[in-house]
Ligand binder design. Structure first.
Ligand code: C2E
Ligand code: CA
Ligand code: CA
Length: 361
């Protein structure tokens, strides 16, 4: 075997040729495993115990015309996949992987121009009280690109978070939402809340507070500011809880409320509730889906509602799709409901009409 260093902590091992493709895969994977096991042994240097882990990507040369660059790129893609699956693993390069990487790259490139090309729009999903009156909405971002068609936020938001584009995108979403709230106020439409999804990366950025305060001053009066709810998901925080709590408290001082989105799906929900000064809790759709299915599912939702009530938090159920779920939630003390049973996310003109009807009717 030939070993070379590609740079930094990346190394490349090139094996000798094998008779068949299967032999090559088997030997390659076995070798990678041996390598991993060896690396994982504890090193004792000057009485220090050192632990090292590695991620290994395996790629095959089954065509003599294959360029060295291509081979290394494939191994690299497989290595990054192993890394993102939690390190200490081995991944064999495959076509599905390659397609995923290519789509991601394409999204990354096209998303870069999306704002400038007016491809980003906002939709608004109604939120209702237990009397089934519209009392607010959640802002949901949409992206339509000429080449890719509609790309869902579940796909492009994580990419924009990785590239940092979320900062620019998030600012646009905030400004558009605030303008909408101002417009509704001028039309005499009264709502209790407008919920806006905020990514952790945005919330922890040093400009965020200043941006939000400036936008508030530009578009909203202090009363309107109190309608704003920022929804955050609990997946990625942990690291900088203190900075997070500090930022939240500054904005809460201006009247902005905070909500934990997808409650129950993260790994530290309960410790979050203790540490973060939130106002609202959103029960994730996966729990609502269980309501008709099992007693455990119903108990779970009742328990979450109980926790929220004991902590004096407002509680929103998302993904309400049928009457059974609606009735159960209302009967068990949930305050606000949102889901396809009532409405999907609507464009501004449609939700505006709906709000005019519901606030005057
Ligand atoms: P989320 O915040 O949990 O948003 C709820 C998602 O569930 C939305 O999908 C919504 O359309 C969908 N939904 C609502 N009611 C129902 C229902 O009854 N049944 C089903 N099956 N689905 C329902 P969407 O718009 O595709 O958004 C997906 C995720 O993308 C959001 O999850 C949120 O995490 C993220 N996202 C969306 N807009 C923004 C944004 O402006 N900023 C940031 N940072 N993230 C956003
Ligand atoms: Ca949300
Ligand atoms: Ca959610």
């Amino acid at each position: 075997n030939n070993v070379s260093r590609l740079g930094g902590d990346e190394f490349c091992v090139l094996s000798k040729p094998y008779e068949t493709k299967q032999d090559c895969i088997d030997e390659g994977m076995m070798f990678a495993q041996r390598l991993l096991d060896t690396i994982k042994e504890i090193y004792i240097i000057d009485e220090h115990h050192l632990y090292i882990s590695a991620s290994i990507g395996v790629s095959l040369i089954n065509n003599l015309k294959m360029k060295a660059n291509t081979f290394i790129k494939e191994a690299d893609i497989a290595m990054y996949e192993a890394k993102s699956q939690g390190r200490d693993g081995i991944i064999l390069f495959n076509d599905a992987l390659s397609m995923r990487v290519e789509r991601k790259l394409e999204i990354e490139q096209l998303l870069h121009f999306a704002l400038k090309n007016n491809e980003i729009t906002l939709k608004y999903q109604p939120q209702l009280n237990t009397k089934e009156e519209v009392i607010g909405c959640e802002v949901l971002v949409r992206w339509h690109n000429e080449k890719l068609g509609n790309v869902g936020p579940n796909e492009f938001i994580p990419i924009s978070e990785q590239t940092g584009l979320i900062l620019e995108l998030g600012y646009f979403i905030l400004e558009e939402s605030f303008k909408t709230l101002q417009e509704w106020d001028q039309k005499g439409i009264m709502i209790d809340q407008m919920s806006i999804n905020i990514s952790m990366r945005q919330l922890l950025h040093h400009n965020f507070i200043h941006d939000v305060q400036t936008l508030c001053k530009t578009y909203l009066n202090p009363q309107l500011c109190k309608k704003i709810v920022f929804e955050m998901t609990e997946t990625s925080v942990a690291e900088d809880i203190q900075a997070l709590v500090k930022n939240i408290n500054i904005l809460k001082n201006d009247g902005i409320r905070f909500s934990i989105d997808d409650f129950g799906t993260g790994y530290s929900s309960l410790s979050y509730l203790r540490q973060i000064p939130i106002d609202e809790l959103k029960i994730d759709r996966s729990f609502i889906m269980e309501l008709e299915k099992s007693q455990e599912g119903r108990t779970m939702v009742k328990t979450i509602i109980n926790i929220a009530q004991n902590l004096h938090l407002s509680i929103v159920a998302e993904g309400v799709e049928n009457e059974f779920q609606k009735d159960f939630l209302i009967n068990n003390g949930c305050d606000i409901l949102q889901g396809f049973y009532f409405d999907e996310a609507l464009d501004k003109a449609n939700i505006t009409v709906k709000m005019v009807l519901s606030t005057r009717g």
